[in-house]
Design a binder for this molecule. Structure first.
Ligand code: ATP
Ligand code: MG
Length: 183
């Protein structure tokens, strides 16, 4: 699955609708301090179903909504859309047959998050599993946060194993087994 485009509106510092093309070979984002590089990576994690506000550097999930500035009032919602090329049909069911996936997450103040795939409402879990199977996702070791390397070095073996399982693409299986056991 090839990421193609990331669209943001009202997400952190990206108050106006912004669109970024993600082309093969992209290896980094450069820019001055505070220009929004980390916010972009967080938007990517967020649309893939991140549940930890702390990983978004906030106290609560609503902190991802543009909080206002000297010149602009705060927003009441934020939305991020990730477009994925699924022409190789690698996405799991029920998304396998759709050649392009527009995955959208929106948060409204006081109402929490909603997710849509190609305009149709889905559960957070559906989006999380979609990426878990692709060995990517909000907790994927493919996305390295600032400070994460030193955390990994200091981590307990159990936690380090989780990173290896993500990298090996088996964490989606673990999640489904856990859900099956709960039923
Ligand atoms: P560095 O090079 O220092 O790592 P960066 O490019 O990664 O910088 P970010 O951390 O992505 O920068 O962006 C920080 C900016 O985003 C700050 O100016 C901060 O005020 C702004 N910001 C974060 N959350 C919000 C929010 N909810 N509303 C408005 N602005 C926000
Ligand atoms: Mg940064």
């Amino acid at each position: 699955m090839q990421f193609q485009r990331l669209k943001l509106s009202g997400f952190k510092s990206f108050v106006d609708a912004s669109e970024f093309r993600i082309e093969p070979g992209l290896t980094g984002i450069v820019g001055p301090n505070g220009c929004g590089k980390s916010n972009l990576l967080e938007a990517l994690r967020w649309v893939m179903g991140a549940t930890s506000a702390k990983a978004m550097r906030g106290a609560g999930m609503e902190d991802v909504i543009f909080a206002g500035s000297d010149k602009r009032p705060a927003r009441n919602w934020a939305e991020v859309t990730l477009t994925i090329d699924n022409s190789a049909r690698l996405a799991p069911q029920p998304f396998t047959d759709q050649p392009v996936l527009d995955i959208a997450r929106r948060i409204d103040r006081g109402q929490g998050s909603t997710y849509k795939v190609n305009g149709k409402e889905v559960r957070a879990r559906d989006v999380q599993l979609l990426f878990a199977d692709a060995s990517t996702g909000a907790n994927s070791p493919a996305l390295v946060r600032q400070g994460q390397i030193s955390e990994l070095i200091a981590a307990k073996p159990q936690n380090r194993r989780r990173v290896l399982e993500e990298a090996g693409g088996v964490s989606g299986l673990h999640t489904r087994r856990h859900e099956a056991e709960l039923r």
